[in-house]
Write a protein that binds this ligand. Structure first.
Ligand code: SAH
Ligand code: SF4
Length: 360
């Protein structure tokens, strides 16, 4: 059975037409399964009973099962979701001052093999379907509603497991469902896609459905980048810069550059100076991400003093620079930590050995 959560409004309209129903029914159904969080067709009380029956006979609205809810002392909530083929993904609800942000996964594992990332160490298992991406938002909204929180879920960041632009078709469909006024109605500037820097796909996203873009640069020269990110052998920093310059600037007129601070590797004065050379005068913001350590990863986090000095240097050269505060560290829910704990515990043999060797 096809899952209706896989459908954009336009696709639902085609389907409704094929069923010889009035077109406005598509809008009603779309509204029910998105912002009204309907679990089944019976809840859709403004649809005729016959149509509800017809839909339930032919389509599913199933969601992955929530198999784990973990809450950190800082109130970050990590959800473990079991997919139909028994794969597991994770999604993280992050409390902010006046809203929540949801960190969404787009793949089971990741093929990019960045050496500082636990998800990368798992290797690639498969792309998520549209309904599996959307379900993470549905569950987060349900859980926040159950907990009667006053703050809205306002931001979605595609910074969970996987490389969003390597699952481009399903990513774009999901973004359309999330941003549609009759769907979840998220503002496009509150949907942020973070990418390792897949140049061709950045261009396609910019043309087809631009949202806020964050690029994981993490090093200021191709030489250093190649030592920590295999993708640097395919695309140069120069190519990434060209792609960024062409990308529509949806959020505050700037593209975000994510920059990982690894002690002794990317936190040096040399790196800070190179970053200034690269970005002086460009409409970007640098978001510094202090490395989240893990026993399996051969890197160290710089001291708070070094992080502060690195930021000050960039600011003194008029480069807008923020430092990302890691949340959910206590439950392995911070950047680059998703999937590792849960998948290893449940499927000890699931680590893709080939990729693990290549990336370590
Ligand atoms: N694949 C995408 C999005 C998921 S990763 C990307 O790479 O951009 C989200 C962010 O977490 C990326 O900027 C990634 O580089 C960063 N990250 C990965 N491992 C990390 C770690 N151990 N410590 C801090 N940040 C990490
Ligand atoms: Fe994949 Fe992003 Fe992790 Fe790199 S940092 S391995 S692209 S999830």
């Amino acid at each position: 059975m096809k899952n209706l959560r896989d459908f954009t409004l336009e696709e639902l309209e085609v389907l409704i037409k094929d069923l010889s129903e009035p077109i406005y029914r598509a809008r009603q159904i779309f509204h029910w399964i998105t912002c009204k969080l309907a679990k089944n067709f019976q809840e859709m009380t403004d649809l005729p009973k016959v149509l509800r029956y017809k839909l339930s006979e032919n389509f599913s609205l199933s969601l992955p099962e929530v198999i784990e809810v973990k809450e950190d002392a800082d109130k970050t909530i990590k959800l473990g979701l079991l997919l139909e083929d028994k794969e597991i993904i994770e999604t993280v609800i992050i409390p902010e001052k006046d809203h929540y942000t949801l960190c969404v996964s787009t793949q089971v594992g990741c093929a990019m093999g960045c050496k500082f990332c636990l998800t990368g160490k798992l290797g690639f298992r498969r792309n998520l379907k549209v309904y599996e991406i959307i379900s993470q938002v549905v569950w987060a909204k349900k859980i926040l509603k159950e907990r009667k929180t006053n703050l809205p879920l306002r931001n979605i960041v595609f910074m969970g497991m996987g490389e969003p632009l390597a699952n481009l078709k399903n990513l774009i469909k999901s973004l359309k469902i999330l941003a549609h006024p009759w769907g979840f109605n998220f503002s496009r500037k509150r949907l942020t896609v973070s990418t390792v820097g897949l140049v061709k796909e950045i261009e396609i996203l910019g043309k087809e459905f631009p949202v806020a873009l964050a690029v994981s640069l993490h090093a200021p020269t191709d030489e250093i980048r190649k030592t920590i990110m295999p993708i640097a052998h395919k695309y140069s920093i120069n190519e990434i810069l060209q792609a960024i310059k062409k990308f529509p600037r949806i959020k505050n007129g700037r593209i975000t550059i994510e920059y990982l601070l690894l002690k002794g590797i990317t936190d040096t004065t040399f790196c800070a100076k190179k970053l200034v050379e690269l970005f002086k005068g460009l409409p970007i913001k640098i978001n510094l991400i202090p490395f989240n350590p893990h026993p399996e990863l051969p890197f160290e986090r710089p001291s708070d003093k070094n992080i502060e000095e690195f930021q000050k240097f960039l600011l003194s050269h008029k480069i807008l620079t923020t430092v990302r505060k890691s949340k959910g560290l206590g439950i392995c829910a911070a950047c680059g930590q998703l999937g590792a704990e849960l998948i290893k515990n449940s499927f000890p043999n699931s680590v893709n050995k080939k990729t693990a060797v290549r990336t370590s």
